[in-house]
Design a protein around this ligand. Structure first.
Ligand code: PXP
Length: 235
């Protein structure tokens, strides 16, 4: 399994004081020296953490950016200009603290099919962030997406209560079903140093996108060590 490091919360901390520290580019340079696959950045419509120029600054480092984005015209234009390595389409609500629940692909499959076309035409890999739900996987297949990213939030919450077997089972079945449908599978949300080893039981996972737990650990051990520890757990 590969690791995508979500660096949104470095920007969250920076924006808390409106200055430049902690410097996102300097942090990205340190992370990029490790054996990671991509840097994930969510350009939210309210720009609460990542700002537009952050994307270009990080791209200029030669990073593979995985751009998380809502399926709206404004962000599509930016993606088509930036040309990140990949995009992950997520649902977005202004008042949420973080992405809650997966994208309802089944309810907007025609729209999403058209929405991702120009992105794919530019060679950008497309992923849809969905719950472990067969109906959503079938709809994802219809859109022509390259990947799905399975939302691991319910599994992560269940892990905290110690009763996670059912949620893990759902992820395992969903991953197999997506593979059968010819879709590649990533996963992420709420994964941390205690629960991430269980992702090895989910067959076919290509990449894990992890942010909050890594940036939180970095407060204590530094970003290089935090990334290394996570890498050692998923290799
Ligand atoms: N994947 C997606 C699609 C997300 O929206 C997020 C949160 O930004 C993550 C992964 C990372 O989640 P976490 O910060 O809980 O590791």
């Amino acid at each position: 399994m590969k690791l995508g490091v979500n660096i949104d919360h470095i920007a969250t901390l920076r924006n808390a004081r409106g200055g430049v520290e902690p410097n996102l580019v300097e942090a990205a340079k340190i992370i990029l020296k490790e054996d990671i696959h991509s840097l994930t950045m969510h350009l939210r419509e309210d720009r609460r953490h990542i700002k537009d120029n952050d994307l270009y600054d990080i791209k200029n480092l030669g990073a593979k950016i995985n751009l998380e984005m809502a399926a709206v015209e404004e962000i599509q234009k930016i993606a088509l200009d930036l040309i990140p390595f990949s995009v992950c389409i997520v649902p977005e609500k202004r008042l949420e603290i973080t992405t809650e629940g997966g994208l309802d692909v089944a309810g907007q499959k025609e729209y999403l099919k058209e929405y991702i076309k120009p992105l794919k035409q530019k060679g950008i890999i497309v992923s849809l962030f969905i719950d472990a739900d067969f109906r959503q996987i079938e709809a994802a297949k219809y859109t022509g997406t390259d990947y799905i990213e399975l939302h691991t939030g319910s599994f992560s919450n269940a892990f905290l209560s110690g009763n996670y077997k059912d949620e893990l089972e759902k992820l395992k079945k969903a991953s197999l079903y997506a593979e059968d449908c010819g879709i590649k599978v990533n996963a992420g949300h709420g994964l941390d140093y205690k629960n991430v080893h269980l992702m090895k039981e989910v067959s076919g996972l290509y990449e894990l996108n992890i942010g909050h737990s890594i940036i939180s650990k970095a407060v204590f051990v530094g970003i290089k060590e935090a990334v290394r520890e996570m890498l050692s757990l998923i290799k």
